[in-house]
Design a protein around this ligand. Structure first.
Ligand SMILES: Cc1cc2nc3c(=O)[nH]c(=O)nc-3n(C[C@H](O)[C@H](O)[C@H](O)COP(=O)(O)O)c2cc1C
Length: 256
């Protein structure tokens, strides 16, 4: 029997990402978040529009997505209820947040220089993705159940750093899902993942089939051209009525 209910949140379990960005004075900020998903080398981040991270992403257009494993759970928990914003927005005041300028020290984490972006990587995180902002759009702007202004921030991954022991022995370009133990946030609590539970049909073919840009020579060129032609009609933009308004439009509608 199912019951129809009205939960306050619907966070059914997603990986915890520590986003590092640079503040205007050159210091670094860290924000734990878990509304993130990837398609190809692009990632969509769901972020509070009032957060220091959103402010930094607007200005610098770059960040590092540091994926936390279960080993970083204490550091992640120490970052909860902190913001790099000097002025606390009302909802964060009510939730008991406080301003913290040095989140690396507060969490006991170590900053490492990145190779492409100016924001640092977090040494302790086994997977680090340097990324650049592709777009910032309003999210759920007309949703009466959304209490705070949110942004859907699309970032393009530029380069990926992975702890060596997580790479497959026979293919260092692949992350071994049997060894990678992401930290999962489910309904505000922390979990790890267990052992694999079933063989996966999706995982039967080569992972490289998802990366036509890696195919070299004539075969690669022909494969990419065939995909472009086959998918041409799906690449057309959605009709204007289905497109989200720009961030500027959304800010305008909140002010009015
Ligand atoms: C485990 C965890 C997951 C979180 N997930 C999100 C999220 O997906 N989106 C978001 O806007 N805030 C999320 N938060 C809250 C942010 O960390 C919070 O807004 C924080 O103040 C951001 O830091 P900043 O203001 O310095 O950028 C999460 C917090 C924790 C502890």
């Amino acid at each position: 029997m199912h019951r129809t209910i009205e939960p306050a949140i619907l966070y059914a379990g997603t990986p915890v990402v520590l986003i590092t960005t640079l503040n205007a004075d050159g210091s670094a900020n860290i924000a734990p978040m878990s509304s993130a998903w990837w398609l190809g080398w692009s990632c969509m981040l769901g972020l509070d529009a009032t957060s220091k991270t959103t402010e930094n992403l607007r200005r610098t257009r770059e960040c590092v997505l540091n994926l936390a494993s279960v080993e970083q759970v204490e550091a992640v928990d120490r970052l909860a209820l902190l913001t790099g914003s000097e002025q606390l927005p009302l909802h964060k005041k009510l939730l008991g947040y406080r301003t913290e300028r040095d989140k690396f020290a507060a969490a006991g984490l170590t900053a490492d220089t990145s190779t492409i972006v100016a924001a640092p990587r977090i040494r302790e995180c086994p997977i680090q993705m340097e990324a650049r902002v592709a777009s910032i759009a309003p999210f759920a702007a007309d949703d009466a159940k959304m209490a705070i202004p949110m942004r859907a921030i699309e970032v393009r991954i530029e380069t990926v750093h992975v702890r060596e022991d997580l790479c497959m022995a026979d293919n260092p370009d692949r992350i071994d899902p049997d060894r990678w133990k992401p930290l999962i946030m489910s309904f505000r609590k922390f979990y790890g993942v267990g052992e694999g539970v079933h063989p996966s049909r999706l995982a039967r073919g080569p992972e490289e089939a998802y990366a036509p840009w890696k195919m070299t020579g004539l075969k690669g060129m022909a494969g990419r051209a065939a995909l472009r032609i086959a998918n041409a009609k799906h690449r057309r933009p959605e009709p204007a009525s289905l497109r989200p308004p720009s961030e500027a439009d959304a800010e305008e509608s909140w002010r009015s």
